[in-house]
Every structure is written in C-alpha cells, then in structure tokens.
Design a protein around this ligand. Structure first.
Ligand SMILES: NC(=O)c1ccc[n+]([C@@H]2O[C@H](COP(=O)([O-])OP(=O)(O)OC[C@H]3O[C@@H](n4cnc5c(N)ncnc54)[C@H](OP(=O)(O)O)[C@@H]3O)[C@@H](O)[C@H]2O)c1
Length: 280
C-alpha cells in the first residue's frame, strides 16, 4: 500500500448503505498500480445529510466523489453544473470539486456501458442494426441514451411495467419503439444487439424467461447484471453461438472518468483488475 503524504488527493463514494460498495477496492487498485499519493474512501451518508455532505467535499479539500444509491437524484440537484448526459439520465454518479470549490456533476454509466461493449466486442458497430433493451429502471436510462448517442438506428424498449418504458422513451427522445413485455421473444427478430438491464438473472432473482430462437446468430448479447458474472442469459446466448459481453466491465469502465478527474491518470480495465474485482 502506498503511504499517504500531507498532499494526498482524496476522493470517495457517498452511499447509504455504502458497506457493500466495490468502488474502494476498484479505485484502490488503480491508486496502487499508478503509485498515486491518494486515497478513495467509503462515505456513509444518510439521505437527510446528503446535501450538507456534498457541500463539505470542497471544504474538506476532497477532489470529488462517486455517488451511489440512494443519492443519485439528490446529487443532480446539488451540483453547480451538470453535464448534458447526466441531465438527460436524471442522475449524477460522479462529482468533481473544481478549484473554485463548485461541484461539477456527471453520469458515467452510459460511457461505461459503451466502453465495455467496445472492449468486449471491438468490431461491434452500434449503427449497423436494431437494439433490444429489456428493462426501464434506473440503469436502463443511461444504457438507452448511450446507445442512441452511439448511433443505434432503432431501439426496441420493453419493460414489465409498460408505462415506465413509455416514460423513458419520451424522456430520452430518439428512435425508441416501446414493445409490450409479453412480446419480448418476438422482438428479437432482426436485432443486432440484446441488452438486459432488468434485475432478472441476478443472484436471488428469477432468471430471465426469454426464448432466443428468433435472435440472429450474429447478434451481440450483453447483460448489465454482473452477479453472477455469467448469467443464465449469457450462458444460453453463447451456447447458441452469439457473442456475449458480461456486465462487470460496465462497472469498471464507468469509474474511469472520475478517477482521471480526481487523480490525473486515465486508468485501464485490465484482466488483472477484473480478477481482483471478481474475488470474493
Ligand atoms: N454493470 C453495471 O455497472 C451496473 C450498473 C447499474 C446497475 N447494474 C445492475 O442492473 C440491474 C438493474 O439495476 P437498476 O438500478 O436499473 O434497477 P431498478 O431501477 O430497480 O430496475 C429494475 C428493472 O428490472 C425489472 N424487473 C424487476 N423484477 C422483474 C420481474 N420479476 N419481471 C420483469 N421485470 C422485472 C423492473 O421492471 P418494472 O419497472 O416493471 O418493475 C425494472 O425494469 C441490477 O442487477 C444492477 O445490479 C449493473
């Protein structure tokens, strides 16, 4: 472990609870790898004190912080300036303290999602075909916006609660067609990309009931659920010959812009980092 000096740069993750967060391990790995005089600490902040805590970052000399559940909307409200992509998603997950003490807010989830696809399937070209996105929860917003920005020509959005999908579609704009959840297997016909953003397939949750029969063999399949790493969906897709990308990379890539802003180095997602993060 690197010894800290009095000049160490400090960042952290604000959440409630925060004990389960893997971000300290992730940033700790990069800090050690780059021998940076800095630390990244868990910050357990109850909702009622979030604003006070966020304002205190500048007063305490923090470089910034990640923001996780349940503070992502509150962080949007507290930030002095907010990147367009974060405003579109309606949530901030990265705060950077500027030299004048103001807080800049960003949301890097969509960036992480696309960067993970680019690393896991380098020849995948989003503009070449339709994408099917399952789910319209918090993370779906970032995924849908990022896919549209990446040039996906047609996006089919399906959610158990249809109204949520319709709300998301109108919030992000672009060529999004809402399809009924009951038609999810049929919606795969002709798709170039299938994304699961629901909690189905996560440990402790039921698997995703989806017939992959109509999915073209050349389609890419990705699951943002990363526990387990190989979800039932990814297993079934690879067994029938589809390329797959797991969700851990999204978590790792979304952390890179924050690290770069706080510590001055753009870190990489390497197999070694993945091994460290997969360890219990
Ligand atoms: N890889 C990463 O970096 C990353 C980042 C963020 C999240 N995630 C993972 O992504 C998953 C979703 O997170 P989130 O924050 O978006 O969750 P969320 O806001 O709670 O949304 C949950 C989604 O799952 C759907 N769902 C839940 N139970 C269902 C069921 N029985 N049948 C059909 N649909 C069901 C919900 O549909 P309704 O609207 O109908 O309830 C909703 O679309 C989690 O597993 C999370 O760990 C991964």
């Amino acid at each position: 472990m690197t010894m800290l000096t009095g000049k160490a740069r400090i960042a952290g993750v604000m959440g409630w609870p925060v004990g389960h967060s893997r971000s300290p391990r992730l940033h700790g790995f990069w800090l050690a790898q780059h021998r940076i005089d800095g630390a990244y600490v868990p910050l357990a902040v109850p909702p009622a004190r979030f604003e006070q805590a966020a304002r205190a970052l500048a007063a305490l000399g923090f470089a910034g912080a990640n923001v996780t559940l349940p503070h992502k909307q509150a962080a949007l409200a507290v930030a002095d300036t907010v990147e367009l992509r974060a405003r579109r998603i309606g949530a901030v997950n990265t705060l950077v303290v500027r030299e004048d003490g103001t807080l800049a807010g960003d949301n890097t989830d969509g960036y992480g999602f696309i960067a993970n696809l680019r690393q896991g399937a380098p020849d995948f070209a989003p503009e070449r075909g339709a994408a099917v996105v399952l789910g319209a929860g918090g993370s779906a917003r970032a995924v849908v916006a990022a896919l549209l920005d990446a040039g996906v020509p047609e996006l089919r959005l399906l959610n158990r609660t249809r109204a949520r999908a319709e709300e998301l579609a109108s919030a992000v704009g672009g060529n999004v067609t809402v399809v009924d959840w009951t038609e999810r297997s049929e919606s795969l016909a002709g798709a170039a990309l299938l994304v699961n953003t629901t909690t189905l397939g996560m440990s402790g949750q039921p698997p995703l009931a989806l017939d992959l029969g109509l999915l073209p063999p050349g389609a890419l399949v990705t699951d943002i659920v990363y526990a387990p790493l190989r979800t039932d969906l990814l297993e079934r897709a690879s067994r029938r010959g589809n390329r797959t990308v797991d969700g851990l990379g999204m978590l790792l890539h979304q952390a890179r812009p924050g690290f770069a802003a706080w510590f001055g180095v753009m870190p990489e997602v390497t197999p070694e980092l993945r091994r460290v993060m997969e360890a219990p």
